[in-house]
Design a protein around this ligand. Structure first.
Ligand SMILES: *[C@@H]1O[C@H](CO)[C@@H](O)[C@H](O)[C@H]1NC(C)=O
Length: 184
């Protein structure tokens, strides 16, 4: 009995962790309120920030800027590279632009203000697809490697930390029991 209830708690623990990891998030561009502007230096580039974030489908990205003084254009890759503002896919100028990512892949944003994109007010956001519970074909035990592709870093920590927790069985039991009490 003790074994089955603790493995049930373990399952619950993983479900809770997986659910928390999968919940959509809102990201403030650049991690600060006034990032949508001509960067003061190249090292300040928004792409440096964007590369550190793992954007997923259903996440939001918020651009803050002064309405009327700037705008956000979603453009093709070609227009991103050449800073061509003449035919954006989408255009926003409300000052508090909140975009939702509804598919995976790269999203290209440039400023609609003349000359701003050329001075570095542009960002590429790479969105990865949301993992569904049945989507991982390899079991955690057989694939501890982290270098296994796009989904790697987010998948790898749970089996690893799970194994660590298993070795400290008492702590896991305590956590599992608490969660079981909360759920039932
Ligand atoms: C922007 O793209 C359009 C259509 O592709 C093209 O006609 C126009 O010349 C481009 N503008 C600039 C400034 O490159």
């Amino acid at each position: 009995m003790a074994v089955s209830s603790s493995s049930c708690s373990l399952l619950l623990l993983f479900l809770v962790l997986a659910f928390a990891a999968a919940a959509p998030k809102d990201y403030l561009l650049g991690g600060k309120p006034d990032a949508w502007k001509v960067p003061s230096s190249e090292s300040d580039s928004l792409n440096k920030w964007a590369e550190t974030v793992r954007f997923r489908i259903a996440d939001h990205l918020i651009f803050n800027y002064e309405a009327g003084k700037d705008s956000v254009l979603q453009v093709s890759k070609e227009d991103y590279v050449s800073c061509n503002t003449s035919h954006p896919i989408k255009k926003y100028n409300d000052g508090k632009t909140k975009v939702r990512f509804d598919h995976s892949g790269p999203y290209y944003y440039i400023s609609g203000e003349k000359g701003h994109c050329e001075k570095g007010e542009k960002v590429i956001v790479l969105v990865v697809s949301q993992r569904s519970p049945g989507a991982a074909p390899v079991s955690p035990a057989s694939a501890p490697s982290r270098g296994s592709g796009v989904e790697g870093p987010a998948v790898a920590p749970s089996p690893t930390s799970g194994a660590d927790v298993l070795q400290g069985g008492g702590v896991l039991m305590a956590v599992g029991v608490v969660i079981a009490m909360l759920v039932f």
